[in-house]
Design a protein around this ligand. Structure first.
Ligand SMILES: [Ca+2]
Ligand SMILES: [Ca+2]
Ligand SMILES: [Ca+2]
Length: 379
């Protein structure tokens, strides 16, 4: 018997003499949901780019949430509240809100995280300076005093913090604040800043003339990538894997994205006052049909046969064991085949959720290995 792994499933081939028979089971890998997290009027919200019409409020009842940053690995969203002068964080679903920095801060308008060193950096317009603290808010320190800073961004490999200033400038310094310098000084009202460290470029929204500019990290080669009447770009985020820049537009309330050079701009979602933007990817749990052991999208007698074959005849294990676990008890055994046969032929109960009729995730944790998504797509 030979078995080939291919991108979306397995081919199981049985060889007897000159005859070869193959069974191909298909399933799609889990899709990572891509979210834009953003601050909007009085809430922290997110939108799944696969369904951008649905805006999910994660943290309501804020005053003026402004900048936002993600620690996806730890499952945390951080944001600043400019009016009540705080930096806070919560779980990515909005639960467990924690105020982190509540003193020595006046109008925090930018936020960036150094997860490796466990630090957060923020800009403060009204208590001028660029500051940092530990991620829990402890040990705050002003590293660049006196600058009316708004957005901040980090070049960790280069050991630099960048900030935008009310006075039309982009500044940078070492992470401890030393060697502060101005890299751009001809903007009008720059707000958010994001860095493309692959190409060593910075991207900035400039509210005054309503444009998005980019330049090399040293400020050279500045060029507008987006400008025009009737727009007011504010928040910014980069998706370097896809070569996209996202920005929020306070004039239209529509957050948009384009290629990094500004071409192919398109609307993404409507949220009237989306100030800060951050991008996050979350692995969607794999989906399957309970009982569909061969992952062909239908519950049939062959599913019981495949289970029995794998248990007693040396057939390969089903590639999605959660699907084969028809009774969802966390084990694969003969009762799973019997369960399917009873359901099909003797009026027995339907396999438990997600059931045999709708693709879904396993609602009960178990020791079965993670299942490649297996909803019969392509099968
Ligand atoms: Ca099937
Ligand atoms: Ca079972
Ligand atoms: Ca289970």
């Amino acid at each position: 018997m030979r078995e080939w792994r291919w991108r979306y499933g397995w081919s199981h081939c049985f060889q007897a003499g000159v005859l070869t028979a193959c069974i191909t089971v298909t399933g799609w890998p889990p899709v990572a949901a891509q979210y834009v997290y953003f601050t909007n009027q009085t809430a922290v919200q997110r939108v799944d780019l696969q369904s951008p019409d649905v805006i999910e409020t994660l943290v309501p009842d804020q005053v003026w949430p402004l900048a936002i940053a993600l620690d996806a690995a730890a499952g945390k969203v951080y944001w600043t509240d400019a009016t009540i002068a705080r930096i806070l964080r919560a779980n990515l679903d909005g639960s467990d809100v924690e105020p982190l920095v509540t003193t020595g801060i006046a109008f925090p308008a930018g936020l960036a995280l150094d997860l490796g060193e466990g630090k957060m950096y923020w800009g403060d317009r009204d208590l001028p300076g660029v500051s940092r603290a530990n991620l829990d808010g402890s040990d705050p320190e002003v590293i660049v005093p006196g600058v009316h800073s708004l957005g901040v961004a980090l070049d960790l490999p280069g050991g630099k913090v960048y900030w935008t200033e009310e006075q039309a400038r982009i500044g940078r310094a070492n992470l401890d604040g030393s060697d502060a310098e101005t890299v751009i000084d001809d903007l009008v009202s720059p707000n958010a800043i994001a860095l493309d460290l692959d190409e060593e470029m910075l991207y900035v929204t400039d509210e005054g003339p309503a444009k998005v500019i980019r330049a090399a990290l040293d400020g050279s080669g500045e060029e507008p990538i987006l400008s025009g009447d009737g727009i007011n770009p504010f928040g910014i985020a980069l998706d370097l894997d896809e070569g996209k820049v996202y920005w929020s537009d306070l004039a239209t309330g529509v957050s948009r994205r384009s290629n990094l050079d500004g071409s192919d701009a398109e609307d993404i979602f409507l949220a009237a006052w989306s100030f800060g933007l951050a991008l996050g990817w979350l692995e969607a749990p794999p989906q399957f049909l309970r009982g569909d052991t061969d992952s062909n999208g239908r519950l049939e007698i062959t599913d019981a046969v495949v289970t029995l074959g794998s248990l007693f005849l040396g057939f390969p294990a089903p590639h999605c064991l959660d699907a084969a676990d028809s009774d969802d008890n966390g084990d694969i055994n003969i009762t799973d085949a019997v369960y399917v046969l009873n359901y099909l032929f003797t009026g027995g109960s339907a396999p438990p959720p997600p059931g045999p009729g709708a693709c879904g995730a396993d609602p009960t944790s178990d020791a079965l290995p993670a299942c490649p998504a297996a909803c019969g797509k392509g099968g």
